[in-house]
Write a protein that binds this ligand. Sequence first.
Ligand SMILES: [Zn+2]
Length: 81
Amino acid sequence: MFGRPLPGVVGETRRVVHVFEVPTGDTVPERLTAFCGTSFGHGELEHLDRIQGMPCVSCLRRTPTPDPELPTGRQEPDERP
Ligand SMILES: [Zn+2]
């Protein structure tokens, strides 16, 4: 899932779209932490169904599904125990 800080939470230049792991279970966690490590509380995020505008590059690099547009290194699936 994607989320962008609401206006006023961070500066306009930092209002990038972060990527979040979809919370499991029925309860919504108090804070959502993006892949880049930035965490947001309730009322600080605008939820998006897809990336709109400037994405957070740090989040994209840590997203499990590699973006073909980004020069990422080889990602070996970690299947061995
Ligand atoms: Zn991010």
